[in-house]
Design a protein around this ligand. Structure first.
Ligand SMILES: [Fe+2]
Length: 495
């Protein structure tokens, strides 16, 4: 009996040792994968592997990548299922030379390759040769057109190179969306180039899909990005991008290529111009890499399938009482003939989080959303999921006769459509605000029912999740799911 007990204890001890060894190997392996995906060496053709982006309108979409070569070194060929072969070339490239970065970032160029001529929704393969050697291939689908079914995923507040972020990335890839929309705070903590290279790209453009790896999302799924506060060197309300502290700010403007069809806000011209702090040489290097995207690429619009999307800059420096910005927003939303109108910005302006009740300055343009028939506003910033009832917001001046105070608070009355249930009653009277900021970063745990606000229809905290929206012409179905695919919420809208 005693011998049997000793044997059992020995087996248990060996099992424990094996389990501990396995955990150590997994952690070391994950770490090594991460390190091996940090900025590439000079022998690699890519510093940043290709991604499918909206582009600036030169093509129907763009394939964007970065490398140490010249434009003549890279040849890109697209093979459409129906259209056949299309040879493409970079429309432009620009150098990225960040002085004083630690660890050093190799001098590289970003290449933008517009693609035109595929049928809407057409599957295609693309291959890239570097100095006559094929170095990359991936597949994707051309953007869908009017009347075509589409799946869009929205999520935000993502990349710290954490396990949760990689699990979410793996789920996004498995859901096979036509479009991925990232509602800001993409690479923590400040949206530095080094943070894009070390945290975001390794997870969102991994060579293989897997919960521990991330997934090859960017190379195969068209992705649009919103600039959150952590994207522009402003991790909290008191901080600002200081080139004396970090030389590689503004990865957003360097690595994304998105429409430039919006105005430059007066406030942004100041924030990204004379108000920038730090050594001139460092600032000039990033301003050169950002080119005409910096700061214009903060507010823009685009069409996807049956929907018109508007992307707005909700950062603290913005002034959304600015008549020029309000006028642009109103006219842009009024001009579209698409069935659905969606707006995205980073800072949620209707949510339960006690920590973020300031910073709701985007309520300043709620009247325009209502008047122009916006269906859903998607936001992040609060690391939870939350959906409001359809609502209309009537702004009121505060006790100091201001529309917005210095903390970004905006007073007003909220009128709710509680008849809408998203199941049988699917015609909302008002705008639905969806906060979907549980995309990978550590979670906020403040959405329990006892603190729900009157406008809260559904809120889930403590679970990482993403929004999946299926669009079928005059009907859309929106689901909130976890990384494991568990459904947390669902509602339907019809026209
Ligand atoms: Fe944020």
């Amino acid at each position: 009996m005693e011998t049997q007990m000793i044997n059992l204890l020995a087996i248990a001890a060996i099992a424990c040792v094996i389990a501990v060894c396995f955990m150590i190997i997994r952690r070391v392996s994950s770490r090594l994968q991460h390190e091996s995906r940090a900025p590439a060496g000079l022998s690699d053709p890519f510093i940043v592997k290709p991604s499918i982006q909206l582009g600036d309108g030169t093509g129907d979409f763009e394939i964007v990548f970065a490398g140490i070569g010249e434009a003549k070194d890279y040849k890109l060929r697209v093979y459409g299922d129906r259209t056949g072969t299309i040879d493409c070339a970079p429309a432009s490239s620009y150098p990225v030379n960040v002085p004083d970065a630690t660890p050093a970032i190799p001098v590289h160029r970003v290449f933008r390759v517009p693609v035109k001529g595929l049928d809407s929704g057409e599957p295609f393969v693309y291959r890239i040769n570097f100095q006559a050697n094929q170095v990359f291939n991936a597949s994707s689908r051309a953007p869908v057109g009017v009347g075509e079914k589409s799946r869009v995923i929205v999520t935000g507040d993502i990349a710290k190179w954490g396990a949760d972020e990689r699990r979410i990335a793996s789920r996004i890839f498995a859901e096979k969306p036509n479009l991925l929309a990232l509602v800001g705070d993409i690479a923590y903590d400040q949206g530095l180039l080094s943070e894009y290279l070390g945290k975001f790209f390794p997870a969102y453009n991994a060579d293989e899909a897997g919960e521990a790896m991330g997934a090859p999302i960017l190379r195969s799924i068209q992705t649009v990005a919103v600039a959150g506060n952590h994207c522009v060197g402003r991790p909290d309300t008191m901080s600002f991008p200081d080139f004396g502290q970090k030389p590689d700010h503004f990865g957003y403007f360097v690595y994304w290529s998105q429409p430039l069809n919006g105005p430059i806000a007066t406030a942004a011209a100041r924030a990204y111009g004379p108000d920038l702090v730090g050594p001139k040489a460092r600032k000039d290097a990033i301003l050169a890499a950002g080119g005409n995207r910096l700061p214009r690429m903060l507010n823009f619009s685009f069409d996807h399938g049956d929907a018109h999307w508007v992307v707005l800059d909700s950062n603290q420096y913005m002034d959304w009482t600015d008549p020029a910005m309000r006028d642009w927003l109103e006219k842009d939303l009024a001009a579209t003939t698409r069935t659905w109108k969606f707006v995205m910005f980073h800072h949620s302006c209707f949510h339960t989080s006690r920590k973020h009740q300031d910073g709701v300055r985007m309520r300043l343009v709620a009247d325009i959303f209502q008047k122009q028939g916006v269906d859903i506003v998607f936001t992040g910033h609060v690391h939870t999921y939350e959906r409001t009832f359809p609502l209309k917001f009537n702004i009121k001046r505060n006790s100091e006769n201001l529309l917005v105070d210095q903390f970004g608070r905006v007073d007003g009355d909220i009128v709710l459509d509680k008849n809408f249930d998203g199941v049988d009653k699917t015609h909302p009277d008002g705008v639905i605000y969806v906060t979907t900021g549980a995309g990978g970063a550590p979670l906020h745990r403040e959405a329990m029912p006892e603190i729900w606000q009157p406008q809260t229809a559904k809120a889930v905290s403590g679970r990482h999740s993403l929004t999946v929206m299926d669009m079928y012409g005059s009907k859309i179905v929106v689901r909130q799911i976890t990384a494991q695919g568990e459904e947390l919420d669902r509602f339907t809208l019809t026209k």
